[in-house]
Design a protein around this ligand. Structure first.
Ligand code: GRF
Length: 221
């Protein structure tokens, strides 16, 4: 294999809010931990902090407001068109709070990654932290996964865990989980950009081998 550095991947990041995961990705790209450039950020909500984070980092930031469209299909078509303008290698859903149509997902299958704030398959959908507390769980966490048409159901790549204490509220737990999100998301994306991750027949391949459940857990060591 040649020692020539591989070309940087092109990332488009989709957000709906604060964009702390986006910030973690911006920082990791700047630090060279991810061999990529974030070439565009798209939000479905105007005025959110994540858009400012993008602008501050000199990244093109666009709003495609779902309220401007008659239905999900029309929104998704416009969203796909905006994404494709950036010609991305990977589409990153970083706190993007919209359910996507199967037609949209199919276009980007194998090159679209999401982070979800629970230890999937537990707690797909919303209010994950309160649900984990209500269930009496002792651990919570986050999952990075390839996106498939099934909501939060795509094959997992990496999970990070945190302890739930007796004092935790959904707010304190969300902030603990965000910290681990900021570690596992850049790491998983760095693997994709190094061409170590691939989605083959709905299975995650890492360095050419199918990932097992025991491979999923992130550890700081
Ligand atoms: C994160 O917890 C993410 O997992 C969830 O929404 C939150 C977004 O946070 N889908 P941020 O916008 O990245 O700060």
């Amino acid at each position: 294999m040649s020692d020539r550095p591989r070309r940087k991947s092109r990332l488009v990041v989709l957000i709906s809010g604060g964009g702390s995961n986006l910030q973690a990705l911006i920082n990791s790209c700047h630090q060279g931990k991810i061999n990529a450039d974030i070439v565009g950020v798209i939000s479905n909500v105007a005025g959110v902090k994540g858009l400012q984070r993008a602008t501050d980092a000199n990244i093109t930031a666009t709003v495609v407001n779902h309220l401007d469209f008659q239905n999900r299909q029309e929104f998704d078509q416009q969203l796909a068109a905006e994404i494709n303008l950036f010609n991305p290698d990977l589409v990153v859903l970083a706190g993007f709070m919209r359910i996507l149509t199967p037609e949209f997902v199919d276009q980007f299958m194998g090159r679209m990654i999401n982070i979800h704030p629970s230890l999937l398959p537990k707690y797909t959908g919303l209010n994950t932290h309160q649900r984990a507390i209500d269930a009496g769980d002792e651990i919570a966490g986050a999952t990075v996964h390839f996106v498939t048409p099934e909501l939060d159901g795509g094959p997992p790549i990496l999970q990070g865990q945190v302890d739930i204490s007796d004092q935790d509220t959904s707010v304190s737990l969300a902030s603990k989980v965000l910290k681990i999100e900021h570690k596992i998301f850049p790491l998983a994306i760095s693997w994709f950009c190094e061409h170590r991750l691939e989605l083959v027949s709905h299975k995650v391949m890492f360095d050419g081998k199918a990932l097992n459940e025991s491979d999923l857990l992130y550890s700081d060591n």
